[in-house]
Design a protein. Structure first.
Lengths: 502, 225
């Protein structure tokens, strides 16, 4: 009787060498969260509902008639980056996300630069979002109690309260924090979608398609518009930091990354279209409006929606803050385990199985940084502008390095094929162009401080990492830790353990 | 019949067939086989192979080894293995067999017979049965298999009737052999066997060992039938 190799392997599992019973990133709640939690991590980090209300205005200011097209182009570029990042997420489950991935393609120095850029991205977006939540809640408070208008202490107090809530949620466990963000994000997306539908329905069948007219738009304006629009997508890769905690990470994380880009892209396109069409039909211009959705709601006599909108944007910002800090502390956790940062950062809470020390350090530091910047600039909005510019720079720089690293990594493990190479190459070139255009545009705008802060922190972080590497040469062998299969995951070792059990 | 089978194959998507072939190839090559080796061995296009391997890793039929290059059979296969692996016999049975192992020099295995053939349900941990002895070879090459053949009144193994047990020399490895003492229920149906694997000389002259095995077989019969 002829038996297949698989039957023989099952009947008589062979021991597998080099499989340990514990992973090097042991201590987190391994394989505990499902697809919805992983998806909500990426979606919340992008904060699509907050971006859907603000981004069309920003893009329209520079791109004019090409707004929707620029958003579409940005979506395609984001998809290209997402599929390239997924070359890693399908093969490596880690908590360090792009920082870890780049280490396996380009080595430690490039990995330090990526890590710094990524920490800027997550950290600055967390501060931006926390500030944004405070800003919109303060507007809401001023609507209800007009006496509070204009006071800086109201948003500062709200920010402190929310930071405390974030700290508790994040420390309690990954399931608690992802469930909280998914709830918050769903509510705000539903509100935004309701607004979009309401606008289009009020509009009736006679839509003014002239808003899609590209004639008279200069190519450079289109490019700048697309670069700005890309910043609305950043954060989609953040579910890659849940590589250890996700169940079936090689399936759920790539799916979450791709669908976050597609879902938020469609939402942006719908929102931009409805806002542009709405303004065209009331005879106004979107660029003349400070808060387009509120103005539109007022123009169509659905003023009450403005209130709902502020709640939903604040909720979306809060979810974004939680998701960004979730990702940030997991990158720090990875760096602590490797020895780049003090090893305390690599400790996890024994019961909640979260990177406890990193959370307890990060949340107060970010809160202090945010409140300090608010006090220095004298305005929540100004502080937010600085942070969002820095964050976008950090994210895009990290994406560029990841796109360069992906083909090298594939080549190193012997799995390079032509299409991933082409996609990664195109993405790297376009992203570099976007980064340069974006930095150039922003350094000439009122938000120029963000560019300088970004460059300064990049330099500081990279210098720190390089000095650390000179002092600790063994970092070369430890950087880039990831989750490896433990004995329970492998046939042979799994059955052997089973039999050894009493 | 053959037409039906061909029809079935024609309706199966080719991708599933390829995925199973890839899984089979990893099983055949053993842990640590790389994606490129699988692609070369199967003459499958690179991109297709890599995509299939990553799909199998996603579904945990395979795992990527810590070096990120190699692959090994994963937990899903282990779960399947647990389904087909024979269940452990009760503790009363294992105590008797362990006691026997302490008094006999050689490998003592407990085998169960059912409709699907035979399965080693309590292999000797100190002398694990070889693949061939454990029933992967033709039945007449192992003592436990010959016992089953005798039960099916095969003309090839007449000596089992005379001896009251089955034996075999040199078929698995030269210089050694094994014998199998039947365990029967009250109706005389063969339900299990105690097998002794030892050097050829001890199988030819089992003496005291045969007595011990037969005693144990009688004690085990009500527990296994």
């Amino acid at each position: 009787m002829h038996k297949s190799a698989l039957e023989r392997a099952i009947e008589n599992p062979q021991p597998v060498a080099g499989i340990q019973s514990r992973s090097p990133v042991d201590g987190l709640d391994r394989r505990s969260v499902g697809f919805i939690d992983v998806l909500s991590q990426s979606v919340s980090a992008v904060a699509p509902s907050a971006a859907a209300t603000t981004m069309p205005l920003l893009v329209a200011t520079v791109a004019g008639g090409a707004t929707v097209w620029a958003l579409g182009a940005a979506m395609l570029l984001a998809l290209l980056v997402a599929t390239t990042v997924n070359q890693f997420t399908r093969r490596i489950a880690a908590t360090g996300s792009l920082y870890t991935f780049v280490a396996h393609g380009l080595g430690t120095t490039a990995s330090f630069v990526t890590g710094t850029a990524l920490l800027i991205g997550y950290g600055f977006v967390a501060m931006f979002a926390l500030g944004g939540a405070g800003y919109y809640l303060a507007i809401l408070a001023a609507r209800l109690w007009p006496a509070l208008t204009g006071s800086l202490s109201v948003p500062v107090f709200l920010i402190l309260a929310m930071a405390a809530a974030c700290l508790v949620l994040l420390a309690r466990g990954i399931r608690v924090s992802t469930r909280a963000t998914v709830l918050v994000e769903c509510v705000s997306v539903v509100i935004i979608l309701a607004l979009v539908v309401a606008l289009l329905v009020v509009q009736g069948p006679a839509l003014d398609w002239s808003v899609l007219d590209m004639s008279g738009v200069r190519p450079s304006d289109f490019a700048v518009g697309a670069a700005l629009a890309l910043t609305a997508f950043v954060g989609f890769e953040s579910s890659a930091t849940l590589g250890v905690e996700a169940r079936r990470p090689y399936a759920t994380i790539p799916r979450a990354v791709t669908w976050t880009v597609i879902g938020s892209g469609v939402l942006y396109l719908l929102a931009a279209l409805s806002q542009l069409v709405g303004f065209a039909s009331v005879g106004g211009s979107i660029t003349a409006s400070a808060s387009p959705v509120n103005d539109l709601a007022a123009a169509y006599g659905i003023d009450a929606l403005g209130l709902l909108l502020d709640v939903s944007i604040a909720a979306s910002f809060l979810a974004c803050a939680i998701a960004s800090i979730t990702a940030l502390v997991r990158v720090l956790f990875s760096m602590g385990r490797e020895g780049l940062l003090p090893s305390a950062f690599g400790q996890s809470h024994r019961r909640h199985r979260t990177p406890f020390v990193a959370i307890v350090v990060t949340v107060p530091v970010l809160t202090a940084g945010l409140i300090g910047t608010i006090l220095v600039t004298g305005s929540v909005w100004r502080a937010m502008e600085i942070f969002i510019v820095g964050a976008a720079g950090g994210y895009i720089a990290a994406y560029v390095l990841a796109c360069v690293a992906a083909p090298v990594f594939l080549w190193r493990i012997g799995e390079l094929t032509p299409w991933p190479l082409v996609r990664a190459g195109v993405a790297a070139v376009l992203l570099s162009a976007v980064l340069v255009v974006y930095m150039a545009v922003e350094s000439g705008s009122a938000r120029f401080a963000g560019v300088w802060v970004f460059l300064a922190v990049m330099l500081l972080g990279t210098v720190f990492a390089v000095i650390r590497r000179v002092r600790r040469p063994w970092l070369r062998d430890t950087v880039g830790i990831y989750d490896v299969p433990v004995s329970a995951d492998v046939l042979g070792t799994a059955l052997a353990e089973d039999r050894a059990a009493p | 019949m053959s037409g039906e089978a061909g029809d079935l194959r024609a309706r199966q998507p080719k991708a599933i067939h390829s995925a199973l072939t890839v899984l089979e190839e990893v099983a055949r090559c053993g842990a640590g086989v790389t994606a490129r080796q699988v692609s070369d061995n199967l003459a499958l296009p690179r991109a297709t192979t890599y995509r299939l391997l990553n799909l199998l890793v996603q579904d945990e039929y395979l795992v990527r080894m810590p070096d990120l290059r190699g692959f090994a059979l994963g937990r899903k296969v282990a779960e399947l293995a647990k389904l087909v692996a024979p269940s452990r016999p009760p503790e009363a049975v294992r105590l008797i067999v362990t006691d026997l192992r302490e008094r006999i020099r050689g490998g003592v295995h407990l085998v169960r017979y059912d409709r699907d053939g035979l399965a080693v349900i309590d292999p000797d941990p100190d002398f694990p049965p070889t693949l061939a002895a454990a029933g992967s070879r033709p039945l007449h090459e192992s003592a436990m298999g010959r016992l089953l053949l005798a039960e099916q009144r095969s003309p090839a193994v007449t000596e089992v009737q005379e001896l009251g047990f089955a034996r075999q020399f040199d078929a698995v490895s030269p210089g050694s052999g094994c014998l199998a003492v039947p365990i029967r229920d009250r109706d005389g149906t063969l339900v299990a066997a105690l097998c002794l694997a030892a050097p050829r000389a001890r199988i030819e002259q089992p003496g005291e060992h045969l007595v011990l095995l037969r005693q144990a077989a009688l004690t085990l019969a009500p527990l296994l039938a």
